[in-house]
Design a protein around this ligand. Structure first.
Ligand code: SF4
Ligand code: SF4
Ligand code: FES
Length: 240
């Protein structure tokens, strides 16, 4: 016997769009994000997915639209599907990260250039700022880094989620988000005053105050962990 179609199913059928994943067409509900649409189409996402809420930067995605010359880029978990969207996978962002010891370097232009000499090649094309899903003025923080204005670079880049889209679009091959991380670290290490509470907490950690608690958590089964998670205390930030 044929299965009765519910009102919801009928509506979903009406509100579908066709997207193309690796060249194959799929009909998916128009209300879905790219990420959910891929899952709807049967893909099991193991990589390129994290928080699902626009915070972790794991789901950087590029796509095209039929008849449109442009390449679009955005977060898969935050972008709704559109009819005729062509999706493909990005293998990775080829942005190398420098290694350094914060105690051995100073917040200056020469430090930024030493670890990221590419910033001197910035063409001021602004492609990075235009693609940023966080609306960060990426080109400006690169320029501030080049000028040694570390505090300004760090503050401008504060909302970066390290999705890598800026680096993908950069003709000068600058790994902007790693530059931003160095600026923020230098700013935090040399320009900001560490609160007493932080020093106190670091001391407690070093003295092993939390080791017992961690060991206990590590010994719990998944079920017990879930119970603890549900029963945990919430701190009301407004009252704290
Ligand atoms: S600055 Fe770059 S890595 Fe950071 S959120 Fe913007 S596009 Fe993503
Ligand atoms: S995309 Fe690259 S070259 Fe263009 S402004 Fe941004 S950092 Fe400079
Ligand atoms: S999955 Fe974390 S930002 Fe999209």
């Amino acid at each position: 016997m044929a299965k009765a179609i519910s009102m919801r199913e009928k509506k979903e059928e009406l509100d579908t769009v066709t997207i193309y994943i690796m060249g194959q067409g799929y009909k998916v509900p128009s209300s879905l994000t790219i990420m959910k649409a891929m899952e709807y189409a049967g893909f099991k996402l193991k990589r390129g997915v994290g928080c699902r809420a626009g915070f972790c930067g794991a789901c950087a995605t590029v796509y095209r639209k039929l008849g449109d010359y442009k390449i679009y880029a955005n977060l898969a978990c935050q972008t709704k599907v559109e009819d005729g969207m062509y999706l493909t996978q990005l293998p990775f962002v080829p942005a190398n990260k420098a290694e350094y010891n914060l105690d051995e370097i100073k917040p200056s232009a020469s430090t930024m250039l030493r670890f990221y000499p590419e910033i001197a090649r910035c063409l001021s094309c602004n492609a990075c700022s235009r693609v940023c899903p966080q609306d960060i003025q990426v080109m400006d923080y690169v320029q501030y880094s080049l000028q040694g204005q570390i505090d300004k670079a760090a503050e401008l880049a504060f909302d970066c989620i390290q999705c890598g889209l800026c680096a993908i679009r950069c003709p000068a091959e600058i790994p902007q988000y790693h530059v931003a991380t160095l600026a923020r670290r230098l700013h935090g290490r040399y320009h900001m005053i560490a609160p007493d509470t932080l020093e106190q907490r670091v001391k407690e950690i070093e003295e092993g105050k939390y080791e017992k608690g961690f060991e206990e958590l590590m010994s719990l089964s998944e079920e017990e962990l879930k119970k603890r998670y549900v029963a945990r205390d919430f701190i009301d930030q407004k009252k704290a």
